[in-house]
Design a binder for this molecule. Structure first.
Ligand SMILES: Nc1ncnc2c1ncn2[C@@H]1O[C@H](COP(=O)(O)OP(=O)(O)OP(=O)(O)O)[C@@H](O)[C@H]1O
Ligand SMILES: [Mg+2]
Length: 129
């Protein structure tokens, strides 16, 4: 795998400014919001933050929020315990669990409904990432 610095190609001042923040961001466990025009490298930056961090040996889990129907968001992200609802025959780990110790990349998070976004905000401790 190439070094993360070499994956990010760009020479403009603003590009280099954001690139220069990666080492600082990767030392933090804080949530990072990456915004930008389509195809400008948002996922590439997310991967660079992950692979330059001490979490690099743990999973990087991308989730395409645009493909998650609203009624499945909570179940997909947080999972469920056995018997939580009719048909929940076995315990199912969610994506937060899968990414534990690594990075959960919520791609296209703006396409989640406000109700679904507020579920993420309500109890970030549940996420443990
Ligand atoms: N600055 C860059 N340096 C090198 N490759 C880049 C850069 N920006 C984008 N790319 C390449 O362009 C493609 C799109 O990048 P990426 O998926 O990270 O963009 P995005 O901002 O997430 O796009 P979208 O908004 O469509 O999801 C990838 O193949 C990526 O490798
Ligand atoms: Mg993207």
């Amino acid at each position: 795998m190439p070094h993360w610095e070499d994956t990010l190609i760009g020479t403009s001042r603003s590009f280099l400014q954001v690139k220069g923040k990666i080492p600082l961001l990767s030392r933090s466990r804080a949530t990072v919001l990456i915004s930008g025009e389509t195809g400008t490298g948002k996922e590439l930056f997310a991967r660079a933050i992950h692979y330059s961090s001490e979490r690099c040996g743990k999973p990087f889990v991308p989730v395409n929020c645009a493909a998650l129907p609203d009624h499945l968001v909570e179940n997909e992200l947080f999972g469920h315990s056995k018997g939580a609802f009719t048909g929940a025959l076995v315990e199912k780990h969610g994506l937060f669990h899968e990414a534990d110790g690594g990075t959960l990349f919520l791609d296209e998070i703006n396409s989640l409904s406000l109700a679904a976004q507020s579920k993420l905000l309500r109890d970030p401790a549940r996420s443990r990432v």
